[in-house]
Design a protein around this ligand. Structure first.
Ligand code: ZN
Length: 174
């Protein structure tokens, strides 16, 4: 069983982690440092287990580092008050207060919630980009670029399919 678990971890795309975690903001550095020494996430499942709870599109993005087609997510044009959670483990990731219209066709935010996300350096497609994932389950969310609006100057370019929007009125905690 240990062998199978190790195999699962090795094939979860964590090879990319060997390239080194990199912080994109001082706020995220502590969290990033914490994950760089231990690549085991709080929530881990086998690909088979993820397939049971995710749609094929969600699995493709979250677990296989896929990218949804630009403009395909209804969340791109959603500006209602609320919270965007991880579609894989329901961890709150972004507040609607930090969402902005980037014009890219992907939901964009200038800042994640404190400690909600982690980053890795992504050197695929002959580019060096900063990959963003859920801190709790490691699910791939998108990338962060340094051409965002104030106050952070960051643009978290997210796949809408990797997010679940929870309207503010429905939150029990208010
Ligand atoms: Zn998650």
């Amino acid at each position: 069983m240990l062998t199978r678990r190790n195999f699962g971890l090795a094939t979860a795309g964590l090879v990319a982690a060997a390239a080194g975690y990199r912080s994109v903001s001082s706020d995220a550095s502590e969290e990033t440092m914490a994950t760089s020494t231990d690549t085991a996430f709080e929530i881990t499942k086998t690909p088979e287990e993820w397939r049971k709870i995710l749609t094929p599109e969600q699995f493709y993005v979250l677990r296989e580092h896929g990218t949804e087609r630009a403009g395909s997510s209804p969340l791109d044009k959603n500006y209602a008050d609320g919270t965007y959670e991880c579609a894989g483990c329901a961890l709150p990731l972004f507040s609607s207060e930090t969402k902005f219209n980037s014009g890219t066709g992907w939901p964009s935010f200038y800042q994640p919630l404190d400690g909600a996300t982690g980053t890795t350096t992504d050197r695929s497609f002959f580019m060096t980009r900063t990959e963003v994932h859920c801190r709790r389950c490691g699910g791939h969310l998108g990338h962060v670029f340094k051409d965002g609006p104030p106050p952070t100057g960051l643009r978290y370019c997210m796949n809408g399919v990797a997010l679940k929007f929870v309207p503010k009125a429905e939150k029990s905690t208010g």
